[in-house]
Write a protein that binds this ligand. Structure first.
Ligand code: SAM
Length: 279
């Protein structure tokens, strides 16, 4: 297969810069540049966009994003050992790669980027769900990004795209699907990574809708889904009692039988309930 760029193979980069993987930083690297280019393509046309990448590591996905034509990549990396390897990539793509050293949880991403923005990352497992929640759980919509193309453990990816009635349906499914188109676009076996993790992984693609599917206040919806799924086996009239003393009436007013359980409710029904509780 043709090389995607003129830079050295990743194994050589890792050996030269001594980038032995650290478990505490969630380091499972992708070394196949054809695979990283394929993940970059899953994010759609990048040519007119800034791309935020969290955790570039030795730069496999970064190289995929640049080779696929991203206007500019802003890559936030916590591990200072990776910076010299990333500087070599920046030199090969003048003016198109900005590396920011730091913790992605402590940085204001929006301030680093010029719209339109896409976020593409092979996320560290320990902070992946927290970052996703922060990108999704905002008061105003549309958000600063157009799409998220993210690697997760298969089990988390399934929760994100789950439909009502399934065991994996929960707060994350509602948070993601209320205001986005969500789908799994790629499955990867453990051997795709170095070192190989214990679990399978999937790439999910979330595209921000111009407006929420159903009206609701984001904060109220979040409170309702938190209470409902914290006691997912209980009937809603019991699980939601703390939210409103007249919860049975509110459920009925929203057209929901109070004896149903959280995992049976559609997103439209959760939004109807959030509107009733806010009223
Ligand atoms: N993108 C590379 C790849 O695909 O081969 C590396 C992916 S590895 C799963 C996760 C990367 O995130 C590592 O480089 C790790 O150092 C970095 N990382 C871990 N925690 C981070 C944080 N809080 N902020 C920024 N980067 C972080």
């Amino acid at each position: 297969m043709a090389a995607i760029d003129a830079l050295p193979p990743l194994r050589e980069v890792i050996a030269r810069h001594g980038l032995s993987a650290r478990k505490a930083l969630g380091q499972n690297f992708l070394l196949d540049l054809n695979l990283t280019a394929k993940i970059a393509r899953a994010a759609g046309d990048l040519t007119g966009s800034d791309v935020l990448e969290v955790g570039p590591g030795p730069g496999g996905l970064t190289r995929g994003l640049l080779a696929e034509g991203a206007r500019r990549v802003v890559a936030v990396e916590k591990d200072a050992r990776c910076l010299p390897a990333l500087a070599e990539i920046a030199a090969a793509y003048p003016g198109r790669l900005e590396v920011v050293e730091g913790d992605a949880l402590a940085i204001d991403h929006r301030a680093l980027l010029t719209p339109p923005v896409k976020i593409v990352a092979n996320l560290p497992y320990n902070v992946g769900t927290e970052l996703l929640t922060r990108w999704l759980d905002v008061a105003d919509w549309p958000p600063f990004w157009q799409s998220l193309t993210l690697m997760f453990q298969r089990e988390v990816a399934e929760r994100i795209v789950a439909a009502p009635g399934s065991k994996t349906y929960g707060r994350l499914s509602i948070l993601a699907q209320w205001r986005c188109e969500a789908r799994i676009v790629m499955d990867l076996p453990p051997e795709a990574f170095t070192p190989a993790p214990k679990v399978r992984s999937s790439v999910i693609q979330l595209t921000a809708l111009p407006a929420p599917r159903f009206p609701a206040d984001a904060k109220v919806l979040s409170r309702v889904t938190a209470a409902a799924f914290n006691q997912r086996r209980k009937m809603l009239r019991a699980a939601l009692r703390a939210l409103a003393p007249d919860i049975e009436d509110r459920l009925r007013a929203a057209g929901i039988d109070p004896t149903r359980r959280a995992e049976q409710l559609s997103i439209a029904e959760f939004c109807a309930l959030a509107r009733e509780i806010a009223a």
